[in-house]
Design a protein around this ligand. Structure first.
Ligand code: CDP
Length: 224
């Protein structure tokens, strides 16, 4: 059996998708594409433009016009890649708590999704790609050769995000992170367009009792 060329990894907030996707792409020599970064970039652009995140028309116009670029990391400060918004480095800004407070509202707008998922699909169809998000196996690349749905309880996911923030030297409040994770899950899974859900043909993995290494080994085995 040939190795899967298009690999889709979906799942709720902080379920370990990016960690898994990054390692898998590295092991296979594929492109790693974290689509969440694009929704975060549009949200940060809205904050920079002092736009109201609840103003769908303004945010949609921004999503249609902003130039988001993902490049290899230019600094060894823990980043997996550089995120450029209209040519300016915004790698750490897109990870801010204020972005996480609004990103799911922005990502629910149909026009925003249309603008971003068209770009994701164009890049994904080239193959040799590990694409991570909420709707990759269901909407962006339903023809993916391997689909993984990575889940874990909200408490475990919040603890992981808390540890990640501490490691990055960010201030972290576990209860606030848990509340944000739950709220984003609620908005992401109930929106009208491309809600967060496992594709029928996705392989589900629950990482409550599996560490990052065990999840990686399981998925790597599925690729062979
Ligand atoms: O890293 P984490 O799981 O916390 O979030 P992310 O993957 O960076 O995604 C941030 C937000 O973008 C999500 O909460 C969704 O609202 C949105 N998103 C989406 O709607 N569709 C995608 N394919 C990826 C992200």
């Amino acid at each position: 059996m040939p190795k899967p060329s298009i690999i889709a990894i979906d799942g709720p907030a902080a379920s370990g998708k990016s960690t898994l996707g990054f390692r898998l792409a590295e092991a296979l020599g594929y492109l790693f594409f974290d689509t969440g970064v694009m929704y975060r970039a549009v949200t940060w652009a809205a904050i920079l433009h002092k736009a109201d995140a609840k103003d769908e028309a303004v945010v949609t116009a921004l999503a249609e016009n902003v130039v988001i670029d993902i490049r290899p990391p230019s600094a060894a400060d823990g980043r997996a890649c550089d995120v450029l918004i209209d040519g300016r480095d915004a790698t750490w800004e897109v990870r801010k708590t204020e972005v996480e407070a609004f990103v799911s509202i922005v990502a629910a707008y149909p026009g925003v999704r249309k603008a971003l998922s068209a770009q994701q699909r164009r890049i994904g169809l080239r193959g040799q790609v590990v694409m991570v998000g909420r709707d990759i196996g269901t909407v962006v690349l339903p023809e993916a050769d391997l689909k993984i749905y990575l889940d874990a309880s909200a408490e475990v996911r919040a603890k992981r995000r808390y540890d990640e923030n501490i490691k990055l030297g960010k201030s972290a409040d576990y209860d606030a992170i848990l509340a944000n994770v739950r709220e984003r899950d609620r908005i992401d899974s109930t929106r009208a367009v491309a809600p967060l859900t496992a594709a029928e043909d996705a392989i589900r993995l629950d990482s409550d009792s599996l560490n990052a290494e065990q999840v990686f080994q399981k998925v790597k085995a599925l690729c062979q």
